[in-house]
Design a protein around this ligand. Structure first.
Ligand code: C2E
Ligand code: CA
Ligand code: CA
Length: 784
């Protein structure tokens, strides 16, 4: 995903290229400018060198010219005569004449003792130092520069010989504009003459070939050095002294930078334009490159993103060569490999790798679709009952061959199936077009026969036991989960029943769900006190007295109401909760029995044990813990055990029964007559009581056959030393018959229904009222 803050590939390419170009252009431009500037400076220095030499030359030559004129003058006869006359007025007149001729601005004649004899100046004559006289005396002339009346002068001093020294002549020549112009013209630089060190500290300019800017003083006050050049924004300049002695008169040579700066800026602008042009060009080039590079990359990215979409994307047509082409090729290869792999995965995901039929996923997909479209169809489930035995004994390889053989038979036989799948280790499933229940049954039975015919594997014929189940959709299930659950349920039923073809029966699933719920809720009922006990009186036939009650467990489910103990005890056995349940019942009964004893009701109690309790090692412990010190005494606790419970695992059951017997409790065989045990078998068991099942008693008065059975059972039991209890006594007739046949104890709705503890005392009182009526003396006469 692209964030707006990140430069894309193109952006970065352009930025990098343009940045690089700008950097290079600017560096070259800067270098070029520096070079131009340096060049300019070098040229200026060279020109200043020339100008300097020229200035010296011009000054020297003028001095030489002036000197030669002066020497002509001092040898002039007329002039010498005038000096020799000693008359100041004469000398002055001659001086004025001659000095104008030789071009001097002013002239002086001094006497031998150096006093001024004549002067062309109106102002006082300048002071001439002694050193100058001495030098002039030795060399024949001397030169000095000086400032006078705000003008610069070259002062020349020569002796006047006549022969022998008669006087001195001094002449001042102006350092004037004319001379500056000459130098400027010859050297191509501007020139100015100035005197430094005036009272104001500012140089004083006498002549100049250029107009100077305002800040001239600072500019021209730089150090005096021949080779030095002074830079400032307007000029390159050099200052040189005009004389080697103390004079502070100097010439300043100036080269205006205006023009060169102008040229310089011209170049700057040119270079800027050039750089801009290059940058534009670079940007355009970068854009083009980025487009031509970026386009295929983008195309590939779009392509990669679309891989896996429906319909599959078409590979982009990329014309670029090089790495991009390689990348594109790699992409195409990758996508085709991905497709292959996906194909493979898709196949593996929906197919069984042993038989090549569909697998569980395939079934899930098809059934989802079937239920969505509410498409009617039929299902046949096939289970190989002995596959795990074959795998265990003959090996997985052979097991696989059996599976493959079976799959092939299914393919052949069910060629109209819309789906054939192996949906479990030993389970296949076929979805067939809708047909009538009769046709489905017929087809399933035929298939069963076909599949059970010996299957040749490795030249050995295998006879397989196969269970088939059938369902019709959507009648038998309306969603995939329901379908799967009901199918499994039917498989379970089929395995139990052992029939070849089993059809799902409507309602089975609902029962199943109810059972699941009860199993899970039973646990809560046990742990959270949801169970209570009812007690049904047992009366002595001789006295009509209440001697014992049978404890019967009750569960009122919060949503489902009364749950029959037969139903939930069966579920407790199946879900492994039976020991918890029995333990809990023992505790409840022990509590209740102590309570009624405390109320003065001295009766025994009978407790039902489940078949599975006889295989429970903890049973006797529980009995001991709950009933030792019970006021009624151990012998008055009876445990009712069905005969089938004993027959399931006689050894273990017998061991447990003996242990219970050892505790001193009484043992009773419940529901006698419904199982297969005979009285002779009972002989070997430590039981003291036999309870004739209510099915023989309920209609006793009207069923002569029941009468026969009951009567002989009582006789034989007595013969074996067993007491006999009859349950299910609903009528006085039944009571009277049993009494006549010397049955020992009687129980039934006709006497009392099972009651909760709180009603037990009341029930006992009501029964006591009936005692005289029920006692043996009363009835003996009627039925004998
Ligand atoms: P059972 O041990 O044969 O219990 C006697 C059943 O017969 C009781 O049904 C009782 O209410 C019923 N009955 C008694 N007299 C008559 C009568 O005159 N007419 C009719 N039609 N029925 C009568 P209940 O309470 O529904 O119990 C059914 C079975 O559930 C019991 O059969 C017993 O096998 C089991 N059971 C009940 N309570 C317990 C228990 O606490 N522990 C165990 N392990 N099983 C129990
Ligand atoms: Ca019973
Ligand atoms: Ca019974």
């Amino acid at each position: 995903m692209q964030t707006p803050f990140k430069l894309g590939f193109r952006g970065r390419l352009i930025a990098a290229m343009v940045g690089l170009v700008v950097l290079v252009s600017l560096s070259i431009g800067a270098l070029f400018m520096a070079y131009l500037f340096e060049e300019e400076r070098t040229r200026a220095i060279a020109q200043l060198d020339i100008a300097e030499r020229l200035t010296r030359e011009v000054v020297q030559r003028r001095t030489a010219l002036e000197l030669s004129r002066l020497s002509v003058l001092v040898q002039d006869f007329g002039f010498r005569s005038a000096v020799a006359s000693g008359d100041n007025a004469t000398i002055r007149s001659a001086l004025e004449n001659h000095s104008r001729r030789i071009g001097a601005e002013f002239a002086l004649v001094l006497g031998q003792s150096r006093q001024v004899l004549a002067s062309t100046l109106d102002s006082p004559a300048p002071e001439i130092p002694d050193a100058m006289f001495r030098a002039a005396a030795i060399q024949g002339h001397e030169r000095q520069l000086l400032t006078l009346n705000q003008a610069g002068y070259e002062l020349l001093l020569v002796p006047v010989q006549a022969p022998g020294l008669r006087a001195w002549m001094a002449a001042g020549f102006l350092l004037d504009q004319e001379m500056a112009d000459v130098i400027a013209r010859l050297s191509g630089t501007d020139v100015l003459f100035q005197a430094r060190g005036g009272e104001s500290g500012e140089p004083q300019v006498f002549a100049s070939t250029t107009t100077l800017p305002e800040e001239r003083p600072q500019m021209l006050a730089g150090p005096v050095n021949q080779s030095e050049v002074l830079d400032n924004p307007q000029f390159f300049s050099r200052t040189l002294p005009l004389a080697s002695n103390h004079s502070d008169l100097e010439a300043v040579l100036l080269i205006s930078r205006e023009e060169s700066l102008h040229r310089y800026f011209q170049r700057v602008i040119e270079i800027t334009f050039l750089v801009l042009a290059i940058v534009l060009l670079a940007t355009a080039l970068a854009l083009f490159l980025a487009r031509s590079l970026g386009k295929p990359v983008r195309q590939l990215a779009d392509y990669a993103r679309a891989v896996g979409n429906e319909p599959p994307p078409v590979a982009p047509d990329i014309r670029t060569g090089g790495e991009i082409a390689q990348l594109s090729q790699a992409f195409t290869d990758m996508v085709s490999r991905l497709k292959e792999r996906e194909e493979h995965i898709r196949h593996a995901a929906t197919h069984d790798d042993v038989t090549g039929l569909g697998n569980r996923n395939a079934l899930i997909q098809s059934s989802r679709q079937l239920f969505q479209e509410r498409h009617p169809c039929c299902v046949i489930g096939i289970r190989l009952e002995e596959l795990s035995e074959i795998n265990d004994t003959l090996g997985l390889e052979l097991g696989d061959k059996v599976l493959i053989g079976t799959a092939n038979r299914l393919r052949d036989y069910l060629n109209k199936a819309t789906l054939l799948a192996r949906t479990g280790g030993d389970e296949f499933l076929a979805i067939l077009p809708a047909m009538s229940p009769a046709a489905l049954k017929h087809q399933a039975e035929a298939l069963s026969g076909h599949l059970q015919a010996p299957l040749p594997v490795d030249n050995t014929p295998f006879s397989l036991r196969i269970t088939l189940v059938t369902m019709s959709l959507p009648d038998d299930a309306t969603d995939p989960n329901q379908f799967r659950r009901r199918l499994n349920l039917t498989f379970e039923k089929a395995s139990d029943s052992g029939t070849a073809v089993t059809r799902y029966q409507p309602g089975e699933d609902e029962n199943h769900l109810r059972e699941l719920r009860l199993i899970s809720d039973l646990h809560t009922a046990i742990t959270e006190g949801g169970l209570t006990m009812n007690y049904q009186p047992k009366l002595d036939f001789r006295t009509g007295k209440l001697v014992q009650v049978e404890a019967l467990v009750r569960w009122i489910h919060p949503d489902l109401g009364f749950i029959s103990p037969e139903e939930f005890i069966f579920l407790a056995e199946r879900s492994g909760q039976i020991h918890d349940l029995t333990g809990h019942i023992l505790k409840l009964v022990a509590q209740d029995a102590r309570a009624w004893q405390a109320q003065g009701l001295d009766i025994g109690v009978a407790i039902n044990l489940s078949a599975m309790d006889l295989a429970w090692p903890g049973l006797t412990d529980h009995i001991t813990r709950n009933f030792t010190d019970w006021p009624g005494g151990m012998s008055r606790i009876t445990f009712e055990v069905t005969e089938s419970a004993v027959m399931d695992d006689p050894d273990k059951a017998l061991a447990t029964l003996n242990q219970i017997r050892d505790l001193g409790a009484t043992l009773s065989v419940d529901d006698f007559g419904t199982g297969y045990s005979s009285l002779s078998q009972l002989r070997n068991m430590p039981v003291q009581e036999l309870k004739i099942d209510k099915s023989f008693v309920l209609n006793l008065a009207s069923e002569p056959q029941d009468q026969l059975i009951v009567r002989s059972t009582i006789d034989m039991a007595h013969g074996l030393g067993l007491k006999v209890v009859a349950e299910g006594i609903e009528t006085m007739e039944a009571w009277a018959l049993l009494q006549a046949w010397t049955c020992d104890l009687g129980q039934g709705f006709g006497l009392s229904r099972p009651v909760p503890l709180r009603d037990l005392l009341g029930t006992a009182r009501a029964l006591a009222q009936l005692e005289p009526e029920l006692a043996a003396t009363h009835t003996e006469t009627s039925y004998d």
